[in-house]
Design a protein around this ligand. Sequence first.
Ligand SMILES: Cc1cc2nc3c(=O)[nH]c(=O)nc-3n(C[C@H](O)[C@H](O)[C@H](O)COP(=O)(O)OP(=O)(O)OC[C@H]3O[C@@H](n4cnc5c(N)ncnc54)[C@H](O)[C@@H]3O)c2cc1C
Length: 408
Amino acid sequence: MNKFDYLIIGGGIAGTTAAEEIRSKDLNGSIAIITEESERLYSRVLLPHFLRNENTLESLFVRKVDSYRERNIQLLTNTKVVRVNTQAKLVKTLDKGDFGYGKLLIASGGKVNKLNISGGDLPEVVYMRTIEDVKNIKEIMNKSQEAVVVGGGFIGVELAQSFIVNNIKTTAIIREKSFWESVVGENSGMLLSQILTQNGVDLVTGQQVAEFIGEEKLQSVKLTSGNEIKADIAGVGVGIYLDTDYLEDSGLEIKKGVVTNEFLETSVPGVWAAGDIAEFYDPLSKRYHSLGNWSNASSQGRTVGINMAGTKVEFQTTSMYSINIFGTNFSFLGEPIVDEKTEVIERGSVGEGKLARILLREDIVTGASLINMPLERNIITNLIKNRTKVTATKSKIADPIFDLAQLL
Ligand SMILES: Cc1cc2nc3c(=O)[nH]c(=O)nc-3n(C[C@H](O)[C@H](O)[C@H](O)COP(=O)(O)OP(=O)(O)OC[C@H]3O[C@@H](n4cnc5c(N)ncnc54)[C@H](O)[C@@H]3O)c2cc1C
């Protein structure tokens, strides 16, 4: 049986960054990354751009084949972990045997939620999480004239944009009143919807899909209202789930994800978690949460790598998410959660076509969503990072003429 000093489940940005950080601190320990995919690290963030032919397949790969060899990191592809035994310090795989470990990192990310409804297994009902998914969407999209997008989150936005760019008539079906409303609030949701409709997306709100209709091939999408929309492709983006089934009986504390403390250590000594799968303790908000974005996964990978190699560093959220929607910048900074302790201040308006929604807790800026406000991005990022108290000037934040840099 193979045994590694450091074993990492997940070859995404969290797992890969952790492996590289460990190697920079420990020159001799053996390191292996296990991934069920057949590829080395690629950028999921760039997948929609590849779908729109804005970049090549090769440019998705953000590590060279050689970079693993140079750092003496073993990459075990096409290897699916099915069990973790933390007492015997053993990881069981589907068909590649068992692996022993000294220290273990869980960085297995998220998996797409599938729509379990009639017709949901037709080949033209597509999802976007992996490189294989996007190759498949491309092939079907190139033969399509009419598309339906299901879901009002960022994957829905990316799919709708990609279909329009490929000259496909596109209808988006969303459950809420507007795009991403549950995360960005009503006004920002309205502005996002406006940007999409102005660029040709037909929007059907307050509706859900009841059925995908077609014998061997998708023909139309039936809504709960009974209406039918013709489609030869349906792109679905209804969120991700954290697959923790393989961690059953491992002794790890699991809620929505794998629970960690502020050092990204799990409840079992010698086992850490990072990236989308981690439900980590944030000392600032004094709460546990998980974030599904690249910058969070990357910085957690760095922190966890340092900690696994022997130093103890607290993880501090510096999450940032930025996409381009038909030429308009949309950014998400810090923590997205709004609860009874969150104060929400809006700056700008739907009418002006730019809007910031700034979130504060105890007069500290903890998060923000920004539409078409690129200049505010760095300032707000710094406010979040520095945990700046803005009590004295808080009342001015909503005034678009007030320079936010004065808060720093
Ligand atoms: C289409 C798309 C666009 C995105 N765009 C943006 C964006 O613009 N900005 C942004 O910030 N974020 C974006 N994201 C989110 C971002 O990509 C993720 O948050 C990030 O990739 C999470 O990294 P991770 O390393 O935690 O997990 P993942 O990237 O999900 O990697 C998980 C790894 O674990 C492996 N794995 C899972 N289960 C097992 C198992 N049982 N056995 C073995 N291996 C396993 C997988 O094969 C994979 O290698 C996007 C995501 C998608 C899908």
